[in-house]
Design a binder for this molecule. Structure first.
Ligand code: AMP
Length: 281
């Protein structure tokens, strides 16, 4: 596995690969890799000649009061996991090389970035699309794979790719869960035992609502009330949002008539967890 820290060196490598007519697959991450990340590498691996993984905790997508400084990191463990997953190139840039003095240009995400995490994390998605565009320009992937766990993030990136005519195919990989249902997340490492136990209310709340819909409940207010009541039973759970929005436009709905995304963001102490499920009538 080759390892790059210098953006220009990585870009030169990508240009040489493309000049030879070979293909590049890409999985961008913030590291502290778990099986959710690895599943995306397995999706990309057979589709490309060269698989690139980036590990970059992007300061631009964190607000001033967020967890940038305490975001978990494990450089050597991540490197070993990438070797095992058949990664060819690991890109490990530093903030000053990605955002040198004088850096001033941002991509501005559109209305898909307004609700959900965009409402509770101001500027977050502008930071995401800016770094993803930079990474695409450096890695020059033919295909890039993202996780359905960050549903809104995928929609926002998908819109950028379409709007800006980026020459890359993006794909979403399914949410990977712990055996008891908790969606894998690097941030799970911060949970205390009690918080970890109570965090099951996210996946179980989604299951509960899915069962309601299967039983014929299509009234969004009632589904949301059930979800909020379920999560609120856990004393350590502090709901950031629980919303059910049109799955394509992320706009409010009253009645489940077409696919919708049920999205949860719940804080346990300083740790904010998200999860989602597509519900169809
Ligand atoms: P992160 O390192 O959290 O920025 O995530 C990097 C990529 O992995 C993103 O595309 C995430 O959506 C994806 N990802 C994170 N957790 C999971 C999971 N549990 N299942 C599937 N994909 C995931």
């Amino acid at each position: 596995m080759q390892r790059f820290t210098d953006p220009a060196a990585l870009q030169a490598w990508a240009q040489a690969v493309r000049a030879r007519g070979e293909t590049i697959g890409f999985v961008p991450t913030m590291g502290y890799l778990h099986d959710g990340h690895i599943s995306l590498m397995h999706i990309a691996r057979p589709q490309c000649d060269h698989l690139v993984v980036s590990i970059f905790v992007n300061p631009l997508q964190f607000g001033p009061d967020e967890d940038l400084d305490r975001y978990p990191r494990d450089e050597s463990g991540d490197q070993a996991r990438c070797v095992d997953a058949g990664v060819d190139v690991l890109f490990f840039p530093t903030p000053p090389t990605m955002y040198p003095d004088g850096f001033q240009t941002r991509v501005k995400a559109g209305p898909l970035a307004s609700p959900l995490c965009g409402a509770s994390r101001q500027g977050h998605f502008d930071g995401v699309v800016t770094v993803v565009l930079k990474l695409f320009n450096l890695v020059q992937p033919h295909v890039a794979v993202f996780g359905a766990k960050d549903y809104q993030q995928f929609q926002v990136i998908d819109a950028m790719v379409r709007d800006l005519n980026l020459p890359v195919v993006i794909q979403a990989g399914p949410i990977v869960r712990e055996p008891d249902g908790l969606a894998m997340s690097s941030r799970n490492a911060h949970l205390t035992d009690d918080q970890r136990q109570q965090a099951l209310c996210l996946s179980q709340g989604l299951n509960r609502c899915e069962a309601l819909v299967a039983d014929g409940e299509f009234d969004v207010a009632r589904i949301l009330a059930a979800a909020r009541a379920f999560v609120s039973q856990q004393p350590l759970a502090d709901i950031d949002y629980i919303e059910l929005l049109d799955a394509e436009h992320l706009t409010p709905i009253d009645w489940l008539q077409r696919p919708a995304v049920l999205a949860f963001a719940v804080r346990f102490g300083a740790t904010r967890l998200i999860d989602n499920r597509i519900l169809s009538p």
